[in-house]
Design a binder for this molecule. Sequence first.
Ligand code: ADP
Length: 395
Amino acid sequence: MARVTLEEVTKRYEDVTAVENMNLAIEDGEFVTLVGPSGCGKSTTMEMVAGLTMPTEGTINIGDREVTNLPPKDRGIAMVFQNIALFPHMDVYDNISFGLRLRKMDKAEIDDRVEHAADVVQMKGMLDRMPDEMSGGQRQRVAIARAIVREPDVFLMDEPLANLDAQLKVHMRTELQRLHDQLDTTIIYVTHDQEEAMTMSDRIAVINGGNLQQIAPPLTCYNEPANLFVAGFIGSPGMNFFEGTITEGGFESDFFEVELDPASMGVSAGEDVTLGIRPEDVYLAEESSSLTQPTEQIEATTDVLEPMGKEILVYLLLGEDVDIDLDDPSSGSQLLMSVDPSADVESDQTIEVVLDRRKVSLFETDTSDAIQHGLVEPAQAGTDGATGAEAETDD
Ligand code: ADP
């Protein structure tokens, strides 16, 4: 087990800065997932921890040792990758024990370690199977067992579930969590899949364009995203955004107004802000009696409906002129809502919706940084838990 720290780590290729000034402190035994869109620098960050790529600047520590310039074999790490490269002519036992045999470890010790690792990944009865006699999930478990027998201080996993089908992926997610509980080892995991990141990790590090956006527990990233990028990336689908301006009485956009107390929300009249609202915090007007703090009704036209089973995602168009460029999200006229599957909604209908004011987030339009998550009103400041315990109040 070991703590892993990156201090001001930058990786530049000729004309690309893959990772910029990355500061990360991953605690001993923690499961941290690096998540972000393709090309954001996740794998490069992981490869620098592994020693497969050298940083241009900065230092990396594993445990109490600086490892910035050490080769991979001296770092106390084990890696599991997306492409499961098992030796096709070796059975499970030989595949798992390959590295130990290379190191000429004592046979009894090898047997002990293989047995333990096979037990952890539930492959104990399959040690004489050949790779072509196994499913994708079983092969991935062998690859994980091969990492376990090395008894690393840190596991590095780069999209290990990417090639598995959806059902198996969900199953392996629980297996990896169980593995983490059992081994109690530091795990750094890379994925572009925010759902995978949300479900498994103690904390997720959201990266975009080589820059760390936020590192926090999954629900903190969901409920209190540090900026517009995190709010849009975390959650499926992401948050809705509307650019607008703060007035004396609240937020005003081209499509609707939301009553709020600017001072309590940390903004002032005239300020350009972006309002964020998650699809599940938008309601049909007839449901608004269940809300303590609904907005005024907003007229909308239903566009596409996506039935998901437990919910229907309804794409709404706001404003009188609904002839809007759907490829241009900055038009800000699209609003996505999630409704109960029993709701009576069809496409091309005019309906009224409301937002749950308690759930609005405000972001600075210029910098995209979060200003406030959840409603704070003067009368409630500091007293009402329903406005969000995390809300900051000055008085
Ligand atoms: P991710 O894992 O998030 O998809 P990567 O870390 O692989 O992203 O890549 C980050 C950026 O660095 C990308 O723009 C990629 O093209 C660039 N990059 C990665 N490796 C190299 C390399 N060896 N030479 C030049 N550019 C690279």
